[in-house]
Design a protein around this ligand. Sequence first.
Ligand code: NAD
Length: 693
Amino acid sequence: MPQSPRVLMCAPDYYGVEYVINPWMEGQIGRSDLAKAKRQWESLRALVSTLARIELLPPQPGLPDMVFTANAGLACQGKVVPASFRVPERKREEPHHGQWFQDRRFHVEELGPDQPFEGEGDALFQPGEPLLWAGYGVRSSIECHPFLTTVFECEVISLRLVDPRFYHLDTCFYPLPGGRVVYWPGAFDEDSLTRIRTRIPATHRIEVKEQAALRFACNAVRIGTTIIATAHSDELRRRLAGWGYDARDVDVSEFLLAGGGCKCLVMLLDQDPGTGAREGLTFESLVRTTRLSMTGHILDTGKLNRVIAAATDAGLGCRVEKLEAGERFDQHSYAQLRVTAPTQERLDTSVAELIALGAEPSADHPQEALTQTAPKDGVAPEDFYSTTIYPTRVLVGGAWLLAVGQRMDAMLVVDRTAPSVVCRLMRDLRVDDEVVVGHHGIKVELPEINAHGEGFSFMSAGVSSERRVEHTVDELAWEIARCVERGGRVCVVSGPVVIHTGGGPYLQQLIEHGFVHVLLTGNALPVHDIESSMFGTSLGVDLSRGRGVRGGHRHHLRAINRVRHAGSIKDAVEQGVITGGIMHACVKHNVRYVLAGSIRDDGPLPDTLMDLVEAQRAYADALEGCEIVLMLSTMLHSIGVGNMTPAGVKLICVDINPAVVTKLADRGSIESVGIVTDVGLFMRLLAQRLCDI
Ligand code: NAD
């Protein structure tokens, strides 16, 4: 008869909720009932003792969480990796665990310094297989996973935890013999769920419901065919019975106050990681690491924080290995980061995102950019790098080449004969173009904007609310006037709301006074502008009185009809069909206009480009050389223009909806200034400042 397995428990003599290190402990300090906790622990011990031999870890005063022995380490076949706690409150338990393992003649394998690992809480063997499921992201770090692969000579699958209530893997997952698992999917990120579901077929998985998971149904001790947890739901009990298990409940409610259930109170000392199954197999960790560096005003601009936050959000381990802070506000700082991902693929995609935020491949080991040829016209290689609006350098033949034609969402194409790098849209790629893939040998130069959004010039990035509009318009008027004085070009991107809100005459004045050089819009603005110049209405509403006029609903169609009859807007102006308004001013003052069509267009006007690719090209061409782009109440055209504009061009977005102005910043245009206000009012203020009316 096989010997019953050994487990480790620790009596709750000094148990209590004395600090807060997980969400369950919040509001529970001093609330646990020690006598009741002892009774509950005794009933768990009584049940476990019928199934296993219990070893006892001597409890220590002042260490209330020692009772949760699952976090003491990970033991298997005489070896143990003791825990190295992330939280200082539990670090003081470590010498006691270490001593106990040594006294029991375990072969102790110590982790390197500063690699949080919270034992069996975050590492669970698949019984009978050389496979360890390892959690990370809340308490344990992914950096320790390669070490676990080496020590236990098994495959390690990294699972990222994303819900702080399920801060250890054993709170939301347990493996069972025969390649089965029970888990709560909500505790994991998408990649980790894919890893579980790829490895374990649906017939071998039980996905418990959130309510059951919150009652610690997944925090279960399995010994033989008995599974012990706090409260099995009827459904879970039935499904486990179907697999041949006896699901037993033990009430440990006093320990739940500290965020620990039955499994947390029991550490397994004899595990079976499939000794036979591993014969002749060698295991290599899939975890991959790379180094990145950052230089510049990375502290006061918040750049370093943004990169660390993005790395963490992407499920990477991130460690600042070196930090040399500039001593004065005008000095640069330097940081070296080490990022670790569960797979090479995840590392590649995530590092590309960090490079877009200003991190660089470590200067100690610069690697040439990798390229692959485009497989077809208009098709990029699968792993293409996609650009941001910021100046980008690519390491080609030992030289950092600045990409030409910088814009967002383009591919980088290398020409080794020149040598040069250009930004090219996917649709413009030609078969055999050499396209940059992965993230090596790419640097993105971000502007230096501090934590208050103050940056390179007078007008600063950010969103101005109603109260600050007048002040912001003053600054903007000053910038536009200076730009025009030095021969610079100003582009207006506008929607029809400018006309409906009475801003049309002010835009017209700006054009007549030479403050606008390019107008990018759709079909609607010229339609309503021409309607208003012909009939005094916009969408049939009398603009001077704000009332609908009889038959007004046909006005915009009559306006379109007359222009179609004339041939084009220019022809209609020259034939005297259009005698005033914005489009009239554009024709008379040689302002270039491009009208991009949309699915909701009436008519359209003969000038409206209904081929979208042609319209995008015409917009990009007209934007060439513009220094200021004023975006007036059009989400569609503003975002389109934001994507094709390189960094360094000042974008001012005016909209009544704050979500629209912040959307531009979200898309990476962090030099954009948002002004939340009525566009008619804004146009009046701007024309007053610039045209002296
Ligand atoms: P859009 O939804 O992209 O943008 C309209 C924006 O105006 C919104 O962001 C909204 O918040 C903002 N806004 C509304 N009232 C405002 C105010 N008082 N002050 C400031 N901002 C205000 O729509 P769009 O650009 O107007 O139109 C999308 C496309 O549809 C365009 O290409 C347009 O030409 C076309 N369109 C055609 C016709 C037509 O042909 N009859 C009519 C309407 C729109």
